[in-house]
Design a protein around this ligand. Structure first.
Ligand code: MF3
Ligand code: CO
Length: 251
């Protein structure tokens, strides 16, 4: 069931999103060659708790950390480790979520570590841009899968592919609510969007083909062909006009 949030619920989600944007900003400052993915996790975890919020990923279906950190061909759900040290030329996706007064926010960013290749830069940029292409359609009266189609069309036009086995989602008092939000074209247009729907839209983009595998840790998702992958996600709310991005600092 897709829920419509009230004004006061949206106010809480706005604060959940704002705090999460600050957490991302802080983690981003520390991305440099030599830092371990566990150190980045700890920076994010500490900041979430300093706001009196709960890191929603920790113990979610047994996930063992607060931030998902996915390097290079890792698409999503990478588990931070003290042994995994970022090096110049890597790309790293940070996915984080928190709970503020019972309401969730969820957002992901991908960064280059030091100087990265032009190809990797392009992948990161196109992945972010595909989110913004998608939310052009995130308006009351449009249909959910208009977003899916816009994301995939943009990604494919740049020679990349969208992961099909993982999707965006509704979000609110739970991290994952209805509806599922695929990042590729669907046969049907999907539900009609209404003001007050809160959605986490999250293109996962592979430089190569879309199939993925899961590692023996039962969490880490990697590209099957070993190509690089990027991830970009925000929590948004459908309004009477333009969608509001909750998990981004307004510029
Ligand atoms: N951000 C992810 C999502 O949107 C959730 C991470 S899975 C977890 O589905 F186990 F780490 F929580
Ligand atoms: Co999500």
């Amino acid at each position: 069931m897709v829920t419509i949030k009230s004004k006061s619920e949206i106010a809480k989600m706005r604060e959940a999103g704002r705090l999460l944007a600050l957490v991302h900003e802080e983690m981003a400052k520390h991305i440099k060659p030599g830092i371990s993915t566990m150190e980045l996790n700890d920076i994010g975890d500490k900041m979430i708790r300093s706001f009196g919020c709960i890191p929603s990923f920790l113990n979610y279906n047994g996930y063992p950390a607060s931030i998902c950190i996915s390097v290079n061909d890792r698409v999503v759900h990478g588990i931070p480790s003290r042994e995994e040290i970022l090096k110049e030329g890597d790309i790293v996706s940070l996915d984080a979520g928190l709970i503020y007064q019972g309401y969730h926010s969820d957002a992901a960013r991908t960064y280059g570590v030091g100087k990265i290749s032009k190809e990797a830069e392009d992948l990161i940029r196109v992945t972010k841009e595909s989110f913004f292409e998608g939310i052009k359609y995130a308006k009351a009266g449009n249909h959910l899968h208009d977003i899916s189609a816009a994301i995939e069309d943009y990604v494919v036009a740049h020679g990349y592919s969208c992961v099909r086995d993982l999707v965006g989602h509704g979000i609110g008092t739970a991290m994952h609510e209805d509806p599922s939000i695929p990042n590729y074209r669907q046969k049907r247009r999907g539900i009609r969007l209404q003001p007050g729907m809160t959605l986490a839209i999250e293109p996962m983009v592979n430089m190569g083909d879309w199939p993925i595998c899961i590692l023996d840790d039962e969490w880490t998702i990697v590209t099957e062909d070993g190509s690089l992958a990027a991830h970009y996600e925000n929590t948004i709310v459908i309004t009477e006009g333009e969608p509001e991005i909750l998990s981004m600092i307004k510029e």
